[in-house]
Design a protein around this ligand. Structure first.
Ligand code: IPD
Ligand code: CA
Ligand code: CA
Ligand code: CA
Length: 271
């Protein structure tokens, strides 16, 4: 089908782009910090490898899919002529990339009229396609390599392992997020802050964490992962339980059916 061909394209480009970034990371040497500029704040890094990897993805997409739109974290903004829109994060988890920690990936998501229809997430530090390449196509399922994946069947929030992440805005966003964590932390098994929203969602899809929530994120962080979770049997909504606008994802909660609602009540701001 068309979507399965598009999934294969996303998978191939994610693999190629992730491998390119991994080669650059390896060339720096183990534990060597990558040079970087800052973006929205002093703690928000961007490297030449983020930019190079985005350029590689855009070039591949422009040649294979000249009519599609492309939005990328590092500035790609191409207006196409049809209803398909790629949202790409060349390196999701740049802080980990800079510090040579393993939690980073290349994320490529495709929306059709705003709805996620294809997603590919490749995390080179996790290995090759079979152990590190998560993908999905709408209506067709979610995979790690060629193996189908499913969200966890957990129903008890008090023993759930919950991934989250934090904004680069230290003053306002981080204070709100710290308050939310303080409300959630006493009621779950534990929290994981692995450093990549796209990988957090892929781990929900594969049942490696029970849930993920985060606010103040962007389309390219979640476009691929949201579909991978849904196709793995999970639910993704806003914190209020409403339908998520992937182009403007204020807050995202992803979990299996048995957990989503109880966890949602825990993380939602008390009113
Ligand atoms: C960040 C990561 C992180 C999340 C931040 C994102 P970047 O993306 O996904 O886990 O907590 O909100 O901005 O800058 O590394 O691509
Ligand atoms: Ca990101
Ligand atoms: Ca990024
Ligand atoms: Ca970034």
């Amino acid at each position: 089908s068309e979507l399965d061909e598009l999934r294969h394209l996303a998978v191939d480009i994610a693999f190629e782009a992730g491998s390119h970034a991994q080669a650059a990371r390896s060339a720096l040497g183990p534990g060597k910090r990558a040079a970087h500029d800052t973006k929205s704040s002093a703690v928000d890094p961007v490297t030449q490898f983020d930019r190079e990897t985005e350029a590689l993805v855009v070039e591949r997409l422009r040649s294979e899919r000249p009519d599609d739109s492309i939005v990328g974290e590092e500035g790609a903004n191409h207006r196409g002529t049809n209803d398909f829109e790629w949202h790409i994060d060349p390196i999701d988890g740049t802080v980990n990339f800079v510090y040579d920690l393993p939690g980073w990936c290349t994320s490529i998501g495709l929306l059709h009229r705003g709805d996620p229809v294809v997603g590919a997430v490749y995390s080179p530090p996790l290995g090759d396609r079979d152990t590190a390449l998560f993908s999905a196509a709408r209506g067709a399922g979610a995979w790690l390599g060629d193996d189908p994946i499913e969200v966890s069947t957990a129903t008890d929030s008090t023993t759930s392992l919950v991934a989250t992440g934090f904004s680069y805005h230290l003053d306002q966003h981080r204070v709100e997020q710290a308050e939310r964590i303080a409300r959630v932390l006493p009621h779950v098994r534990d929290i994981r802050r692995m450093g990549s929203a796209a990988l957090d969602l892929a781990f929900v899809a594969a049942g490696r964490v029970d849930a993920y929530f985060e606010e103040f994120i962007s389309s390219w962080d979640v476009a691929a992962g949201v579909l991978i979770v849904r196709e793995a049997g999970g639910i993704v909504t806003t914190f209020a339980g409403n339908e998520l606008d992937v182009r403007a994802p204020a807050g995202v909660l992803a979990a299996g059916h048995g957990l989503h609602d109880t966890l949602r009540k825990r993380i939602q701001t008390p009113s």
